[in-house]
Design a protein around this ligand. Structure first.
Ligand code: ASP
Length: 339
């Protein structure tokens, strides 16, 4: 029998309506168990650990990510797979962060949640939870786990955790992974795309729990008043900035923006260029409006999602390595996060 650990962090899946205010608030894990008696009928050994105080995923922070990583690290040898129940709002950030924090995984870490609480009649939480548990338990005839990475399961699709984003606030199909196709699709059977599954070259689990807070994010928009952003481009406080640009990595040829970036990089800051588009990649130098980036040493984030770009920088700067080493690692796909 496969041994699965459920880690309950909170999110809509376990929320109930406050009768007085009508607001949804997190509830005990037992509440979920009560509503999914099917869990006991799966031929699995299922144990659960809950955050002491389950949270809406908008509250998620580095401490919570560390706690999830620690739970998995401590229980790694005792379980065949892990299911993390998490609110969908920041699930793609958590999945991306965990993919960098937990390297060398030989077991699945599947994040799931729901758009409707598990106690409601039309909930999507039941199917999401049951199938996520099945995926976490899936193995070949030798008992080797099929999925050996951090993934998100939502509405019949399994996505690589650091490739997907939340795209809908109200559809059950809340996630998409436009730059990397599904790892599996659940229909009558769960069909795994074996050639898309990540395999780490590491032989042991390597857990990184320190992340850097000194990472910023700027999304360009027409008319952006760069003068008000200048305090962000301060190397003392912010070591790296994810710049969300237009299309294939383009930006206005505004001299204030260019000066700010050039000076920041000269002082040792790092700028990572990702696209605002939900699919496709940055290709600096294709248009005149991105040649400047190439010239001053802005790094192309290629087809990284913003979630993966931010958490990759938080992870890399958390390692305490030199900027040169960070640069080298940014060019590489560490855990299948980019092409
Ligand atoms: N606000 C909720 C959360 O992210 C939404 C959800 O769970 O889907 O915790």
């Amino acid at each position: 029998m496969r041994n699965i650990l459920l880690i309950y962090t909170g999110g809509t899946i376990g929320m109930i309506k406050d009768q007085r205010t009508g607001e949804l608030r997190s509830f005990d894990f037992e509440y979920i168990y009560d509503h999914v008696p099917e869990l006991e009928r799966l031929h699995l050994k299922l144990k659960s650990i809950s955050f002491e105080k389950p949270i809406d995923s908008s509250e998620i922070n580095f401490e919570n990510w560390k706690e999830i990583a620690e739970i998995i690290e401590t229980n790694y040898d005792s379980y065949d797979g892990f299911v993390v129940l998490h609110g969908s709002d920041t699930m793609a950030f958590t999945a991306s962060a965990l993919s960098f924090m937990l390297q060398g995984l030989k077991k699945p870490v599947i994040l799931t949640g729901s758009q409707l609480p598990i106690g409601t009649i039309r909930t999507d939480g039941k199917e999401n939870l049951i199938t996520a548990v099945e995926i976490a338990a899936a193995c070949d005839e030798n008992g080797v786990a099929i999925v050996q990475e951090v993934a998100v399961y939502f509405e019949y699709s399994l996505y690589r955790g650091n490739r997907c984003s939340k795209v809908s606030a109200n559809q059950f199909e809340a996630f998409q992974s436009p730059n990397y196709p599904e790892l599996a699709v659940a229909g009558v059977n769960i069909d795994y795309a074996n050639d898309r599954l990540f395999r780490s070259p590491l032989t042991e689990l390597r857990v990184q729990k320190t992340l850097s807070k000194q990472i910023g994010l700027v999304k360009l928009f027409p008319g952006i008043p760069m003068e008000f952003y200048s305090s962000l481009f301060n190397i003392e406080n912010i070591k790296a900035i994810v710049l969300e640009t237009y299309g294939a990595g383009n930006a206005p040829s505004d001299s204030k923006l260019q000066q700010l970036i050039e000076l920041y990089i000269e002082k040792g800051g790092l700028v990572l260029n990702v696209t605002q588009c939900s699919s496709g990649a940055v290709k600096q130098g294709t248009y005149q409006t991105s040649s400047f980036f190439q010239k001053v040493g802005v790094i192309s984030g290629r087809d990284l999602t913003t979630e993966a770009a931010l958490t990759k920088l938080q992870y890399l700067f958390g390692l305490g390595i030199s900027n040169e080493e960070v640069n080298v690692l940014l060019e590489q796909s560490l855990v299948g996060e980019m092409k």
